[in-house]
Design a protein around this ligand. Structure first.
Ligand SMILES: [Zn+2]
Length: 104
């Protein structure tokens, strides 16, 4: 994993702990799903893809997402605060995910 450009990673698991999808944040890419939830919570400027939304956008119809883990690591390798923002919270909720965890 390249931590230089993408330092936030979100992983979605099902109820049995199986990994479904993984996503990284981007400072250059946007995504329709990101834009949709940004508008919904009134933060239209948050257009660049967040790790959580990246992971959610890769879910297939048959997937049953249950838990999302958001991890952020600083350049020295220590974990940093990766609490999902309002836009991601709305997206996570709409996908029916029950448990949200993040590095602190
Ligand atoms: Zn976010």
């Amino acid at each position: 994993m390249t931590k230089k450009r993408f330092n936030i990673v979100a992983t979605v698991y099902d109820k049995r702990g199986r990994k479904l999808t993984e996503g990284s944040n981007s400072y250059t890419k946007s995504h329709p799903l990101q834009a949709k939830f940004a508008v919904q919570v009134g933060l239209d400027d948050k257009v660049f893809l967040h790790a959580e939304i990246s992971a959610l956008s890769k879910l297939k119809k048959h997937h049953k997402p249950y838990r999302i883990v958001v991890e952020r690591y600083k350049e020295n390798g220590n974990p940093g605060l990766a609490r999902p923002c309002q836009v991601c919270e709305a997206a996570i909720e709409s996908h029916g995910i029950k448990i949200v965890e993040w590095t602190k």
